[in-house]
Design a protein. Structure first.
Length: 264
């Protein structure tokens, strides 16, 4: 287990903090005893970029958990107080996963994806989507993953995700952190297309079932599960060309924001 972890600026979600899915995947590695072990990551504060965060291990009778803390705020400036960033623990879960579309079916609706539309509610006027420079869904991120989820009939959203060979690790495999990333933003978009713009990611519980060769086309799906007060639960999944499940997650999005009708 590392004593410190740093999220480089490339892996941002909002302009000044880390993408929730990417950082959850990075934090999950601190407790995983096997690559396919399910892990729950609860995010307690915005994730600072390019600033070392401390990793603290807590041993229990049958499993270990960790907390991630930072001495920097979300601008990277050192502060006099330590901020709890995340709590991480192994956590099995089950998920009812709808049948996915094919890659071609997902590609056919890609033009409807919110990340590819210029919107009045963009935090960066003149840019595309709700999170223009997000590592997962930002069309304005030059080295992002380009996961553009669009609505399907039945309440799902889906992205035809063409991964790239240059994303591969030393074995040519897609990093698990990238799979966690791709499981993130589509969940918020599933709620958007159901008429609700949520707040930020509060918790993600995910498991990766198999390795994927970088450069392989994948399908990412997401759907609303239920709403409990301020908590919006969403499911998401990743499939290969053969329709085999590669990864799955349950995400909790906290709060809601006003919807703005139409594109600019």
């Amino acid at each position: 287990m590392q004593k410190h972890i740093t999220i480089p600026e490339r892996f941002r979600g909002p302009p000044k903090s880390g993408n929730g899915g990417y950082v959850a995947g990075a934090f999950a590695e601190q407790v995983q005893q096997a690559p396919d072990q399910a892990v729950e990551v609860t995010l307690r504060a915005p994730i600072p970029l390019d600033a070392a965060m401390s990793v603290h291990r807590h041993d229990a009778a049958n499993q270990a958990s960790v907390t991630i803390e930072s001495d920097a705020d979300n601008t990277g400036e050192t502060t006099s107080t330590r901020t709890l960033i995340a709590e991480v623990r192994p956590q099995p879960f089950s998920l009812d996963i709808p049948a996915p579309p094919t890659f071609q079916q997902a590609l056919a609706v890609r033009h409807l994806a919110i990340p590819l539309q210029q919107r009045q509610d963009s935090p960066m006027p003149g840019s595309l989507g709700l999170h223009p420079i997000c590592f997962c869904c930002g069309a304005g991120h030059s080295t992002g993953l380009q996961v553009y989820a669009a609505p399907l009939e039945g309440g799902q959203v889906a992205a035809a995700w063409q991964t790239r060979a240059e994303w591969g690790d030393s074995d040519g495999q897609l990093p698990a952190r990238f799979l966690w990333t791709a499981l993130d933003c589509p969940g918020q978009l599933a709620y958007f297309h159901a008429g609700q713009l949520t707040g930020l990611l509060g918790r993600m519980t995910a498991s990766v079932h198999g390795r994927v060769r970088a450069g392989e086309p994948l399908v990412v799906t997401a759907w609303p599960i239920n709403v409990d007060g301020k908590k919006h639960f969403a499911g998401s999944a990743i499939f290969n060309q053969q329709g085999e499940l590669i990864a799955q997650a349950i995400a909790v999005w906290i709060g809601k924001r006003a919807m703005v009708d139409g594109v600019s």
